[in-house]
Ligand binder design. Structure first.
Ligand code: SF4
Ligand code: SF4
Length: 350
């Protein structure tokens, strides 16, 4: 049953990737936020609160329908903690009903066998958990030891694909934890990804010798497992600029809880148009707009989506100039190690 379902998911993905290659006029991936509230409070995170209510289900379904109308291939539900939304299953079911691929990014705390069975039933196809460390610390409780039983539940019951993302870079006290997290994930039959993050001042720093040794070990293991290492991660690891064409606002959309379209989690505020009013013209404009933040961008999911179009359609519009004072920039000098954005940790893959 599991393998048959996963084979169907792969066939669905191939078809969607094919349609993404054939036409540049529709979004490939949208992240949609059904609630900001989270049960955790990771100290680096600027993506959550502890009070806001779920977006009403009728509104969420309207947003999903609009993404379907725009021809979106994949919708990934994120947060806050999306499993706190009381009608998450209905949102997933609507994504599937509209023929789109359904993904979920969660901290994993609520993944009981019953919850996983419900996710199977509503048609979830991909789930990602980002694990920050082996044991909880002052920064994060998204920890391997805390989540072990939930990962076993997933291995036993999930009929969808599971990816475990681990991270290295500034703010991570024990980079070696990433190896233990990845090994644990592979043993359970999950795919893994590795996120490289910039520091609390938004600066992209080359990995230290200790971090680079962890990176190299994971890259070696990646040849044997499912870990994915693409060119931009190599450049990030060495603190180098990466040459690519960011198609955020066109091929990738970030829809906040207020229903506004943003380029990505790191560039919220632009274009800031209501999704209900987003048009094919908006998609075309953003497809053609170069982004000044692209060279040192750490948002992996948008870079992966960009691979589909990097080889074609050079961007010719007026550049989008990031207003963020703390955009990732390379520093080769002093390393800093404060907080980082949750999204760089969590939104590492499609
Ligand atoms: S990083 Fe994720 S789990 Fe942690 S507070 Fe933010 S939304 Fe919650
Ligand atoms: S931060 Fe990255 S993904 Fe976001 S708009 Fe800039 S280049 Fe694109």
């Amino acid at each position: 049953m599991k393998w048959r379902n996963k084979a169907k998911i792969r066939a669905h993905e191939l078809w969607k990737i094919g349609s993404g290659l054939l036409s540049t006029k529709h979004p490939v991936l949208a992240h949609i936020i059904p609630m900001r509230r989270c049960n955790l409070a990771c100290t680096y995170c600027n993506e959550y609160d502890d009070f806001s209510p779920p977006v009403p289900i009728d509104e969420m379904l309207r947003r999903v329908d609009k993404l379907g109308d725009l021809g979106t291939s994949i919708v990934t539900i994120s947060g806050g903690e999306p499993t706190l939304h009381p009608e998450l299953d209905a949102i997933i079911a609507r994504i599937r009903k509209r023929g789109m691929i359904a993904g979920l990014i969660t901290n994993g705390y609520f993944l009981t066998p019953e919850r996983i069975q419900k996710l199977n039933a509503c048609g979830l196809q991909h789930l990602q958990i980002s694990i920050d460390n082996v044991k909880p610390d002052r920064v994060s409780k998204k920890s391997l030891k805390v989540l072990e039983s939930k990962l076993r539940n997933l291995a036993e019951h999930a009929e969808f694909f599971v990816n475990i993302n681990s991270v290295i870079g500034s703010g991570i006290d024990q980079p070696e934890d990433a190896v233990e997290v990845a090994n644990g994930a592979v043993e359970l039959g999950f795919s893994t990804t590795l996120g490289i993050i910039h520091d609390g001042a938004g600066k992209l720093v080359p990995l230290s010798a200790r971090e680079m040794s962890v990176y190299d070990r994971l890259r070696q293991q990646g040849k044997k497992s499912y870990a994915r290492f693409t060119g931009f991660r190599e450049d990030l690891a060495h603190g180098k600029p990466h040459s690519w064409r960011c198609r955020a606002g066109a091929r990738y959309l970030y829809i906040c809880e207020d229903g506004l379209v943003h380029l990505c989690s790191q560039q919220r505020g632009y274009p800031g148009t209501a999704l209900a009013e987003y048009t094919k013209e908006d998609l075309r404009r953003e497809f053609d707009t170069p982004k000044t933040c692209a060279r040192y961008c750490t948002v992996a999911c948008v870079q992966i989506v960009g691979l589909i179009d990097n080889w074609r359609a050079p961007q010719k519009g007026d550049p989008y100039v990031s207003q963020r004072a703390d955009d990732p920039k390379p520093v080769m000098a002093a390393r800093q190690s404060q907080g980082t954005s949750s999204v760089e940790r969590e939104h590492q893959q499609v």
